[in-house]
Design a protein around this ligand. Structure first.
Ligand code: MRU
Length: 339
C-alpha cells in the first residue's frame, strides 16, 4: 500500500505506522483530526512529501467531521483544522503547502457538499501527483548515477517519506530499475533512527544492497573511498540553504572535503522561494529522545539536551538539486526552479 492514503468506506486517513518499523508493519486509521495530528507529531507519518499528503488529507478529514450547518462555519472549521495541522511540525514546508492547497481549492465550492468533494479530490490529486513527481525526480537523478556507484544517504527519503517511490531513494530505485548496480550506505540517523529503522528496511524489502553505519562513521567511509555520491532529501529549500534531518550538514562538509558530489532530491513543493536560512523555525524535539533509547535510559534523566530535528546546509556545499523540473546546479537561481 501507499505510505498514506484515504479510505473511501470509513472516510479516514490510512497510513503505515512508521514508529513500529522494522519490528512490525502495521497500517493504522486516523478517524479524527486529533489522531492525525498525534500521528504527525510522533512521526507515525513523516518525511516532507508524505507530510504534504497528510496535511491535505487532514483538511479533507476535517470537512467530513465538521458538524457545521452552514458554509461559513464549515470554512472556518477548516481554517482552524489547518492551523492545528501546521503547528504539529513547523519546518517541513510540504505540510503547510498541502493544507493551503486544499484550503484554496475549497474556496471555489458553491455549497457544503461541494467543499467536501473538492477537499477530497484535491487531497487525492496531491497524493497521486507526489508519486508521479518522484518518478520524474528518479528518472532525472538516475542519469547522475553510474553503474557500480555506492550512494550514501541520511535519514529516510524513500517511499516511506513520500506517498510512494521516494526522492533520494527514488533516484536509487530508478537507477536500479534501469539495470544499474547501485549500493547504498544508510546512516542510522540518531536520535530517532529513520536510517536504520526505515531506510535499511525499505531497501532490503526491494533487495537493493544496503549497509548500515552510525552517523559518525560517514567521514571514515568517505576517506576510504567507499562513497561515490551522497544523495539526501529535503524538508525545506530556501534561497541560501537546504534544511534536512540533523546530521545532513556534517555529511555535506565531509563530502566537500573528500570531493564527493552531494545531491539533494526534492519536489518543487519543498521550496520556500521567499525564505532564508535565518527565517526558518527549526523544530525542537523532546529531550527524552536523547536520554532514552526506546524505553532504555541511556543518559542521566535530567541532563540538559539540545535536540533540533533539522539542520541547514549552505548552498555552497551542494553539487546539484534534483527536482521534477530538472537538475539545478550552482549558483542555484531559484527563479529558474519557479517557472
Ligand atoms: O523528522 P523526519 O523523519 O520527518 O525527517 C525527514 C527528513 O529529514 C527527510 O530526509 C526529508 O523529509 C526528505 S523526505 C523525502
Amino acid at each position: 500500500m501507499r505510505t498514506i492514503d484515504w479510505n473511501d468506506e470509513s472516510n479516514s486517513v490510512v497510513m503505515v505506522d512508521q514508529t513500529l518499523l522494522p519490528r512490525e508493519y502495521k497500517e493504522i486509521e486516523c478517524k479524527t483530526l486529533s489522531s492525525l495530528c498525534e500521528a504527525i507529531q510522533v512521526l507515525r507519518v513523516r518525511g516532507a512529501p508524505a507530510l504534504g499528503a497528510a496535511g491535505a488529507y487532514g483538511i479533507a478529514l476535517a470537512s467530513f467531521l465538521s458538524g457545521a450547518k452552514d458554509m461559513e462555519t464549515l470554512l472556518r472549521d477548516l481554517q482552524v483544522a489547518g492551523k492545528a495541522l501546521k503547528s504539529t511540525r513547523p519546518t517541513a514546508v510540504n505540510l503547510g503547502w498541502g493544507v493551503d492547497r486544499v484550503l484554496k481549492a475549497v474556496s471555489d465550492a458553491y455549497d457544503m457538499k461541494g467543499v467536501r468533494e473538492i477537499a477530497l479530490s484535491e487531497a487525492k490529486a496531491i497524493a497521486d501527483e507526489d508519486v508521479a513527481t518522484n518518478k520524474k525526480i528518479g528518472a532525472l537523478g538516475a542519469k547522475l548515477l553510474e553503474d557500480g556507484d555506492t550512494v550514501l544517504t541520511h535519514c529516510n527519503a524513500g517511499r516511506l517519506a513520500c506517498v510512494d517511490w521516494g526522492t533520494a531513494l527514488g533516484v536509487v530505485r530508478s537507477a536500479v530499475a534501469e539495470g544499474k548496480e547501485i549500493k547504498v550506505i544508510a546512516c542510522e540517523t540518531r536520535p530517532l533512527n529513520q536510517g536504520s529503522r526505515i531506510t535499511a528496511w525499505e531497501l532490503m524489502e526491494d533487495k537493493i544492497p544496503v549497509t548500515l553505519i552510525t552517523d559518525s562513521m560517514a567521514g571514515s567511509v568517505m576517506r576510504r573511498g567507499h562513497v561515490n555520491k551522497v544523495i539526501v532529501g529535503a524538508d525545506r529549500i530556501t534561497q541560501d540553504a537546504i534544511f534536512n534531518k540533523i546530521g545532513t550538514y556534517t555529511h555535506s562538509v565531509l563530502a566537500k572535503e573528500h570531493e564527493i558530489p552531494f545531491y539533494v532530491a526534492a519536489p518543487v513543493s519543498t521550496f520556500d522561494f521567499e525564505g532564508w536560512e535565518g527565517s526558518v523555525k527549526i523544530e525542537m524535539r523532546n529531550p527524552d529522545e536523547l536520554r532514552f533509547f526506546g524505553s532504555e535510559q541511556i543518559a542521566p534523566k535530567d541532563v540538559p539536551v539540545h535536540n533540533p530535528a533539522f539542520d541547514a546546509t549552505p548552498m555552497e556545499n551542494i553539487s546539484g538539486i534534483i527536482t521534477e523540473r530538472g537538475v539545478f546546479y550552482p549558483p542555484f537561481l531559484l527563479d529558474e526552479v519557479k517557472v
